[in-house]
Design a binder for this molecule. Structure first.
Ligand SMILES: *Cc1c(COP(=O)(O)O)cnc(C)c1O
Length: 479
């Protein structure tokens, strides 16, 4: 009787295959500066092939290698769209080791769990949280926000809401108009409804208006509702604004509310000596959601949720049915298990690439690169302000510069949107767009350790050239 497995028959041949693929992967990173930032995906990649019934290793390898050029472009130094990290070559190794261990970090007693525990401890010290706090590696800030606000929600009812649910429309929370959409989505997923998230206006610096916040809380209390959380932002997605976190912490304390901070990219700027003083309030938050895959360049995906009240965090998620019973000794030891702090049971070894990034590069260098990006954003703003056809459209608080090509008698929203598309299609650079005071602007976010000032010079030259051509073409003229 022959019995099969998925292991290779010839390990030497497998080794050669794997080494060849490793070389191709390293080439991809080594040539990150070359070629177009983004290349449209060819049609043959878009059309789904037939369901594979008979396996073919060569086909798998060839098609994976063929895929390598068609990323979104975030490994390139002129990728400035949305908020993406640039990744590191070394993380290829961490992912290789993680795959070799094939670890499941839901729980139990094994090496990988201790690496995640080290990461959790480092995150506590990074933000000045007490040793009694808890944390969990997750896919990103969206899930981190869900985990944190579920703990906040459940603590309000002394965890009865886990069984009985909640009365929709009773619990309300507060955030600014600049907050990322993942917060409203969390309110939706937690059964609170998005109406229960009050969007407080912002000041000229795009930071939450704390007196308007105070009034909204009072009005809701007067109406018999139950405020439970304030969601501040450290590094808002449109312009990089940092809310007055100290003021939010004061209000949260007086009003007995849970202060959650969305610090997806901005919180990690605590490693920058230059930005750190502006983030002092983070230490007072009840929870922080942030990403390692953005400004700390861990290869996707890697986010984190840090929670001050470990008891609330665990009680919002912990379930230990008979088949998951813990023990003091043996493989089922190592309590509490990570699964008690989040919605997932089976969890991959994301912690390893975070750990490896921190150990190899250290927080000092990672912080300096954050400062470098903020200085580059200032440099870009100077280039723009010095140019008669370009105008900055929001203060550059951090690493994001929003600007506009200007020309009289022109629909500037449509013009600037087209400039961005042309930059992308021509492979020169990938900025994105956003709305500032109702107008579409070019948004350049620099969370990229490969970017140099020369890349920003190239961007500005191209914007000027494409803008002039489009204006001359007359297609965007207002009647
Ligand atoms: C990216 C981002 C998010 C969402 O994070 P994911 O990791 O993509 O889930 C939330 N808030 C801000 C400010 C962001 O920049």
């Amino acid at each position: 009787m022959t019995e099969n497995s998925l292991d290779p028959e010839d390990w030497d041949a497998f080794r050669a295959r794997a080494h060849a693929m490793l070389d191709k992967s390293i080439d991809k990173m080594a040539n990150a500066r070359e070629g177009c930032v983004w290349t449209p995906v060819p049609d043959d990649l878009k059309s789904p092939p037939p369901f594979p019934v008979h396996g073919d290793a060569n086909k798998a390898d060839d098609q994976m290698a063929a895929l390598l050029p068609y990323g979104v472009g975030n490994t390139h130094p002129r990728f400035f769209g949305w908020v993406h990290g640039a990744g590191t070559p070394s993380n290829i190794m961490a992912d290789m080791v993680a795959a070799a261990m094939n670890a499941n970090l839901g729980g139990r007693d094994h090496g990988a769990i201790y690496i995640e525990k080290q990461v959790v401890n480092w995150c506590k010290s990074m933000f000045g949280f007490p040793a009694t706090a808890s944390g969990l590696v997750v896919s990103g800030t969206s899930i981190a926000t869900l985990v944190a606000l579920k703990a906040a929600r459940d603590r309000m009812s002394n965890f009865a809401s886990r069984q009985s649910g909640i009365q929709a429309g009773r619990l309300v929370g507060y955030t600014s108009t600049q907050t990322h959409s993942c917060v409203a989505r969390t309110f939706d997923m937690l059964g609170l409804g998005t109406d229960a998230l009050r969007k407080i206006p912002v000041n000229d610096a795009f930071e939450i208006d704390t007196s308007a916040l105070q009034s909204a809380i009072s009005a809701d209390r007067a109406a018999g509702l139950t405020p439970f959380a304030i969601i501040g932002t450290a590094g808002a997605v449109n312009v990089g604004a940092i809310d007055d976190l100290e003021a939010l912490a004061d209000i949260a304390k007086t009003e007995k509310l849970w202060l959650h901070v969305d610090g997806a990219f901005g919180a990690t700027a605590i490693l920058s000596d230059k930005i750190k003083p502006r983030l002092s309030g983070l230490t007072r938050a009840d929870s922080i959601a942030f990403d390692f895959h953005k400004w700390l360049h861990v290869n996707y995906d890697a986010g984190f949720v840090l929670i001050r009240d470990e008891d609330a965090h665990r009680r919002a998620f912990s379930e230990r049915p008979d088949y998951l019973k813990g023990t003091d000794r043996g493989v089922a030891a190592g309590n509490p298990w990570p699964t008690e702090y989040g919605p997932e049971l089976s969890r991959g070894f994301r912690a390893l690439k975070i750990w490896a990034q921190l150990v190899e590069h250290g927080t000092e260098k990672l912080g300096q690169l954050i400062t470098q990006n903020c200085d580059q954003a200032q440099y870009l703003a100077e280039l723009i302000d010095a140019d008669p056809v370009l105008e900055t459209r929001a203060p550059v608080a951090l690493n994001i510069c929003c600007f506009s090509y200007v020309a009289s008698g022109t629909d500037l929203s449509r013009l600037n949107e087209e400039i961005v598309i042309q930059l992308q299609l021509q492979g020169i650079a990938v900025p994105s767009t956003t709305l500032i005071h109702g107008q579409t602007v070019i948004r350049v976010n620099i969370t990229n350790h490969r970017t140099t000032r020369a890349d920003l010079d190239i961007l500005v030259d191209a914007v000027r050239k494409i803008g002039a051509q489009l204006v001359e073409g007359g297609e965007f003229a207002t009647a």
